[in-house]
Write a protein that binds this ligand. Sequence first.
Ligand code: HEM
Length: 466
Amino acid sequence: MCYKKCAEQLSASKPLQFYRLESPQIFLKHCSCRRYRKACWIFACISDFSPVTVSTMSWLLLSLLAVSSYFLWHGISLVKLYLQARKTGWPVLVAPVPQEALWWLVGSVPLRHVFARLLPKPLYYRINMTIYGWEFKARYEPFESIGSKTFMLTNCSVNVLMIADPDLSMDVLKRVKDFERLELGNKVLGVFGSNLLACDHENWTRQRRVIAPALNERISDVVFKESCRQASEMLQYFTSRGGVTDATLQGLKDIAIHVLAAAGYGLSSPWKEEKRPPKPGYKLTYIEAVESVIDNIVAAAMLPAWVFLMPFLPSNLRRIGYAKREFPAHTQETLAEERLRAATRTETQSNLMSMLVKIADDGKQDPADKKSRVSKTLSEEEIMGNLFVFTSAGFDTTANTMAYAVTMLAAYPQWQDWIVEEIDEVLQGKGREVEYTETYPKLVRCLALMVSLFACNDCHSLNMTS
Ligand code: HEM
C-alpha cells in the first residue's frame, strides 16, 4: 500500500517510530500518497520527539484535520446550495450553520440565548431561523425586513423555502409530490414508526385511505363530551379557589392530553389527576411516556434511548430515555389488550386505537390477493407510528391554540361577552349534559373565534425539491 512505501522512504532518511503512528496510518491509508507524505513530514520535523509526543501530536493533528475537513465540506455544501437557491429568483438569506446536523439540532436550542447575546445582530438573525421553534419568537419579522413574503433560507445542510403567503402555502401544501417534507421532519415525527406525517407520497395515500374511516363523527362525539367534562372540572377547581390562579395554561395542557387519551386510546382520567403509579415493570405511565417524548421530540428522535439512560445524567434526561424505551412496549401491550377485548365484543369502541386495530385486522383478512390486502391494512409499526403522531400532532397544537384564545379573551373582554351570549343561549342552563350533534353546530361564534386565531399562523417552512 502506498502509505507503507512512504513510511519506508521516510524512515530510511529519518528514524521515525512509525509503529507509534498506527492509528494515523490506518486513518491516512485512504488519503493520497502525497498527503500522507506531507503528514509524515510534519511529524518528522518535530525535533526531540518521544513516541508519546508523536502520538499526542498526531492525534491533535488528526483531530484538527478532521474538524477542518468537516467545516470545509459544509462550506462547499453552503456554496453549492447558495448557487441553487439563487436560481429560484427569490431573495436568499444565508445562515452558515448545518441545520440538519445532530449536534446543531440538539445543541442550538439551549444555546439560543447565548447566541443572541454574543453574536452580531445580523448573524444571529439568520442563524436563529435554523433553530427549532424560531417562528414563535421571530414570527413575521424576517419577511418584513426582507420585504418579501417568500424567500430562500440557505444553510450548510439544506435549502428551505420560507413562505408567509396563505395562498402560496396552500398551493405548496397541496402539491405533496413536488414539495416533500424535510427529511429531518420525517425522522422526528417517524420516531416510533411510519405515519401520515412521516412517509413518502405513495404510503401517505394508502395510510390516508385506511385511516380516514376511523376519523368519524363517533370520535368527534367523544372529543366533545370529554372536552366538556374536563373543562367543567377545571372551572370547578378554579372557582373553588376564588377564581385566582396562575395554572390556566398548564390546566389547558392537561385538558388537551386527557381529551387525546380518551379519543386516542379510550383512557378516561379526571382533570385533576392524582399521580398514578406506572404499571409493574415500567417507570412511566403511558401518558407520561407520550408527554415526555413530545416535550423533547427532537432529542428523543435523534438519539437512542441508552444515551439518555447513562447513569451520570440528570433525572429529567433519564426520563426521556425511559419514555423512548417504554412507549413501544406500552403501545404493544395496549394493542394486545384491545385485540383480546375485541374478540369478546361485537361493537368497536369509539376510540382511534380500537378503530385502527379493527380496520387493520379486517384488511389483513381480506380474501383478495396479497397486494390488495397490503393496500387495505396497516402494519403494527404503522399503527404505533400513527397513534403516536395523533397524540403528538394533537397535543401542542390544541393546547397552544386554547392558551392563545384564553389570553386573547383576557386581553379583549368585549369578545368574552360576545361568546358568553352565544353559550348561554345555546346551553340554556343544561350544564354538562350537552349532545355533540345538537350543540356543536350551533356554537358558531366559538368556532369563528378559534378559526380567526389561525390567520396568524400562516407561515410554513418546507423542503424545496423542485
Ligand atoms: C389547533 C390545532 C391544530 C393545528 C393548528 C394543526 C395543524 C396542522 C397542519 C398545518 C397540518 C398539515 C401539516 C403538513 O401537511 O405538513 C396538520 C396535519 C395533521 N394533523 Fe393537525 N393540527 C391541529 C390539531 C390536530 C389534532 C387535534 C390532531 C389529532 C388528534 C391532528 C393530527 C394531524 C394529522 C394526523 C395530520 C396529518 C394529516 C395528513 O397528512 O393527512 N392535528 N395539522
